[in-house]
Design a protein around this ligand. Sequence first.
Ligand code: RFL
Ligand code: PHB
Length: 404
Amino acid sequence: MRPPSSAKHKLMKTQVAIIGAGPSGLLLGRLLELQGIDNIVIEAKSPDYVLSRIRAGVLEQGTQTLLREAKVGERMDREGHVHDGFALSFLGRLERIDLHALTGGKTVMVYGQTEVTKDLMDARTQSGSLSFYSADDVALHDFHSDHPSVSFTSNGQKHIVECDYIAGCDGFHGVSRKSVPPESIRLFERVYPFGWLGILSRTPPVSHELIYANHERGFALCSMRSSMLSRYYVQCSLDDKVDDWSDQRFWDELRSRLPEDAAASLITGPSIEKSIAPLRSFVAEPMQFGRMFLVGDAAHIVPPTGAKGLNLAASDVYTLYNILRLRYQQNRVDLIARYSEICLRRIWKTERFSWWMTSILHKFSDDGFNQRIQEAELEYYTSSLAGKTTIAENYVGLPYEALE
Ligand code: RFL
Ligand code: PHB
């Protein structure tokens, strides 16, 4: 579909139009701008709204390296917390997964997605690259031709951005994936019959490492943002509303799902954020349509149990950034058609791990059989070096595929 042409439109040109200013869009824009590749970011929400979303907390080493390459790693390295292990809790006990020892020295970094996004926003403001926030009616045009464009309205003014390529970094509910005709895209989906209720509180974390808990009452997760900021989750019903969960009810439920020692040392306080997120596995194939690429949550969703969503978005960005860099610097057009295939290999392995972590840790029914099978599986994996190594390798992040 061609954009509506009229003298009232403000016309702009760029090399890459990026839709969405979440971590995918901002990181891609930053890496491209450092290579001298011009890009414009178009975001539907305001900067404050984007920064108010409390999401991921765990960064794989590959994500950290990419953030450093984007020259936004300084605060992460100063304020982030390196974790060389985490615990699985079941049958009232804790089993530690020693990431460092099991993976030959690899670790993860606890540094919130909000902070990553803020660092990327600040870098973009300083560099002066163009961004439009609070954009309405964002629409993609002609991405199967050599002249794609993006139209939108900002502050009442209609804009058209003509570009070489469009990066659809606009998340699961964005417009990019929906612009593809249904017959050209295959969607794979699994929706889980529960959600996560998460709270943030200004309290010291119950443990210096993350605890993922399997319990007859349902899953629980103890995470953190810093030594005085805790992030906790409990599995809840999809029918639950945030208002059904007073802080007291949340703390009581969390305590009941943790091993005795952890429950006894849990320090509680008022919540400063409380929200419910549904859990989903989702993959769109392919991820490239002519001159348009889907990146991050626009193309795939994982349930948060493996801490993979943001990290998977970063590995898509790594692949697309390098493909575009080689396209502009060496005129390598051959790699463009390989974007989907390269990304999807890593995505499906990560989907598998996230699905598996979800399936062994959550309560799916009142059926005691399922609970016993989960306990046996957790016992087996945590008592076997091979089992623990499998968990550790996946948790620290599978390797990125190099482009040749
Ligand atoms: P985002 O972050 O959703 O950003 C997409 C951006 O696009 C904008 N947008 C549009 N812009 C223009 N036009 C339109 N029509 C648009 N429609 C939407 C949106 O406003 C938004 O700003 O996708 P992105 O950049 O791909 O990043 C993905 C990550 O945000 C996501 O995968 C993670 O947050 C998932 N996740 C976790 N990932 C991890 O790696 N580790 C974790 O520990 C982790 N924990 C989590 C999570 C996600 C959670 N929730 C709430 C879903 C914990 C939770 C509870
Ligand atoms: C978080 O801190 O928000 C978090 C950590 C680990 C997960 C999911 C979420 O697996």
